[in-house]
Design a protein around this ligand. Structure first.
Ligand code: FES
Length: 153
């Protein structure tokens, strides 16, 4: 069979560029599709700023080759809620004023949304474990924790 050359991004079919062998998913999203929700932080799969959902599972777009998600469903921050609406996690982050510089928030929100989708009532320990590999250099961890708890209520 011919190799699959498209993917779905926020529900829309997207063709992979012809020469995409060296392209990461993060660069495809940001540079080719103009989706700037996912952030470039470390580029090494370590900080979580670039987190997206692949078939509903949180994944680090900076270390995934674009060709690696051919045929899959990718959701970015932009596609988390219907147009003009916020996902409950986004609303809770605003209500708790959980951002300082905001650079980590894409990853925090995407991780929390994925967690709540599979476990609607996580314990505090569950939330801490889930977000423990997402780095926030401002140190707003307690507000972030409160926001995820609020979204789960
Ligand atoms: Fe992808 Fe840091 S930018 S994990």
């Amino acid at each position: 069979a011919a190799p699959c050359t498209h993917l779905s991004v926020n529900g829309q079919r997207c063709e992979l560029p012809v020469d995409s062998t060296a392209l990461t998913l993060l660069h495809l999203l940001r540079n080719d599709l103009g989706l700037n929700g996912p952030k470039y932080g470390c580029g090494l799969g370590q900080c979580g700023a670039c987190t997206v959902l692949v078939d509903g599972v949180a994944a680090r777009a900076c270390v995934i080759p674009a060709t690696g998600v051919a045929g899959r469903d990718v959701t970015t921050l932009e596609g988390l809620a219907p147009p003009g609406q916020w996902h409950p996690v986004q609303q809770a982050f605003v209500d708790e004023q959980a951002a300082q510089c905001g650079y980590c928030l894409n990853g925090m929100v995407m991780m929390a949304a994925a967690l709540l989708a599979r476990q609607p009532q996580p314990s505090e320990a569950d939330i801490r474990r889930e977000l423990s590999h997402n780095l926030c250099r401002c140190g707003t961890h307690l507000s972030i924790l409160r926001a995820v708890q609020r979204a789960a209520e």
